[in-house]
Write a protein that binds this ligand. Structure first.
Ligand code: XMP
Length: 323
């Protein structure tokens, strides 16, 4: 019979048997799947596993720290963090086309990851023969047995990897659905903020800035996003909402008034949606008082933002993300 305890025990035994005295690596994205997969493999083979986290500078406020500190504290995993913010910003300079952004981010991610991987392989120790991936059952089904998810946008699941690698894959979540993965993560003692995290796109905030991605715009969006998340959590709405992208319309300005001065700032879009699987979605009917709090706080606290608007489009015709 299915219990998280059984799943963990079974996987730990199987992974130990498979890996033997060799080493494995795992890319962490900050998301639930890679975190739980890594924690399971860590439980099985301990220091024979090294995790890699590429900080592309496109994460939300506090998320990198959650991986660096809380995840490591909870699992004891060996983690290599690569600070690649500057590199990503440089590569993204002048790019405002959504698909082009995804390509650039995906390409840079693979380069940075491969370099980290080469460094780990070069370290003293047994051969690195295995790569851990957080593939779930729905991913297996959707792609006809392979990995990755199908979508009309070119999804780079950061954490997803080039195909020409000569690693054997360890996919300990291959038979599980998302809610089961969360239960396993909880049982393994992972932080609540990671286990209950809502979906977040691999290219991160890079595809939530309509226009060119710059450090200044990212910082601004990070603040607005943090406020929206704080208020949604405080209102107890996290489980009712599938996810709530917060989008900066960086190329749009509108006139406003603040204090006794005229402003000419950017709009922030709130895109709360409810969904079962992200293939279709409806806009969430959030309570007006929650929307009001978010709007007031964002316009008061985030420099250069003088307007907050609500996206009331379902999917289709709109996608969940704006890019
Ligand atoms: P859309 O915008 O296509 O999004 O309705 C559907 C779901 O996928 C997420 N998403 C991505 N995830 N890489 C990812 O790993 C991507 O490039 C990407 N684009 C969208 C989105 O957040 C939603 O959950």
């Amino acid at each position: 019979n299915w219990t998280t305890g059984n799943v963990i025990e079974e996987q730990v035994a199987a992974i130990r048997e498979l890996v033997g005295d060799k080493r494995a690596i795992c890319g962490l994205s900050g998301g639930v799947d890679s975190a739980v997969a890594a924690a399971l493999v860590q439980k099985a083979i301990g220091s024979q596993l090294t995790c890699v986290y590429v900080d592309h500078g496109l994460m939300r406020k506090g998320e990198t720290e959650q991986v660096e500190k809380d995840f490591v504290a909870a699992t004891g995993v060996q983690l290599k963090v690569v600070d690649a913010e500057e590199r990503f910003l440089k590569a993204l300079a002048g790019v405002s086309d959504p698909e082009e952004k995804r390509k650039v981010i995906g390409r840079e991610f693979i380069r940075v990851f491969e370099q980290a991987q080469a460094e780990i392989i070069a370290d003293e120790g047994p051969a690195v023969e295995f790569l851990v991936q957080g593939t779930l059952y729905p991913d297996v089904v959707e792609s006809g047995g392979g990995t990755g998810t199908a979508n009309i946008k070119s999804h780079h699941n950061v954490g997803g990897l080039p195909e020409d690698l000569e690693f054997k894959l360890i996919e300990p979540l291959r038979k599980l659905f998302k809610d089961e993965v969360r239960m396993v993560g909880q049982e393994l003692g992972l932080p609540e903020e990671i286990v209950q995290r809502q979906p977040f796109p691999g290219p991160g905030l890079g595809i939530r800035i309509v226009g060119e991605v710059t450090k200044e715009r990212l910082d601004l969006l990070r603040e607005a996003d943090a406020i929206a998340r704080e208020e949604l959590t405080a209102a107890g709405l996290d489980r009712d909402i599938w996810q709530c992208p917060v989008v900066l319309l960086a190329d749009v300005r509108s006139v406003g008034v603040q204090g006794d001065g005229r402003t000419y700032g950017h709009p922030i879009v709130l895109r709360p949606v409810s969904s079962e699987d992200a293939m279709t979605a409806d806009w969430s009917r959030l309570p007006y008082d929650v929307l009001a709090r978010i709007s007031t706080r964002i316009t008061n606290e985030v420099r250069d933002v003088n307007r907050v608007v609500l996206d009331v489009t379902s999917k289709p015709p709109g996608t969940i993300e704006w890019e």
